[in-house]
Design a protein around this ligand. Structure first.
Ligand SMILES: [Ca+2]
Ligand SMILES: [Ca+2]
Length: 194
């Protein structure tokens, strides 16, 4: 199963709109610093909080893993990731994920990264993502609307549904694999602007 234009657009969107926090066209530890600040603010944490420390560690491990893979190919010592590097990385791990619902051991570091994402979405820290959590990350009215549509798609219009960490992992894997816009994992980041 090859990737298609929908998949490429989705991965590009994820890179530019979500990962590249400071909008400089690359993903690096500078973006992790931005996410850390946002997380600290959202969860009302102190600068020296162990939770905050764990959160940024997860993100850095993940970025370093992508760099290790992309640098291996170029033989270089790049410290930031381009959209093309990222797409190639996603294509590579996608091969290992097709048909799976859990991370293979070769990608075990992804669980920690997914845990960090889950923590961002779980705004009230009760270890599940409710519709309220999902909508509360909206940036503006338009974003709020697309999140409502995304939620309906993911949960089959069940407003009382809760997304636990196991289901969230499945949806994230589907996000990385799916070439079909109808698959619900495509909407886990709450947008239709692919
Ligand atoms: Ca950046
Ligand atoms: Ca929650």
């Amino acid at each position: 199963m090859e990737v298609n234009d929908f998949w490429k657009k989705k991965i590009h969107f994820y890179f530019t709109e979500i990962l590249d926090f400071d909008n400089d066209g690359r993903v690096s530890s500078k973006d992790v610093a931005g996410f850390k600040e946002m997380y600290k603010y959202m969860k009302k944490l102190k600068q020296d909080s162990p939770e905050l420390d764990r959160f940024s560690k997860f993100l850095n491990v993940w970025i370093n893993n992508i760099l290790a893979i992309t640098n291996k190919k170029t033989g270089g010592h790049e410290t930031s990731i381009t959209p093309e590097d990222f797409r190639k990385y996603c294509e590579k791990i996608r091969v290992e994920l097709v048909g799976r619902k859990t991370w293979p051991s070769s990608l075990s570091y992804m669980s920690d990264y997914i845990e960090a994402l889950f923590s961002i979405l779980d705004t009230d820290n009760d270890r599940s993502i409710s519709k309220k959590d999902f909508l509360s990350n909206s940036a503006n009215a338009e974003d709020h609307k697309s999140r409502e549509v995304s939620w309906a798609l993911i949960t089959d219009k069940d407003d009382n549904k809760k997304i636990d960490i196991r289901f969230f992992n499945e949806l994230c894997i589907e996000f990385l694999v799916s070439t079909n816009p109808k698959d619900r994992g495509n909407w886990i980041f709450g947008t239709f602007r692919y």
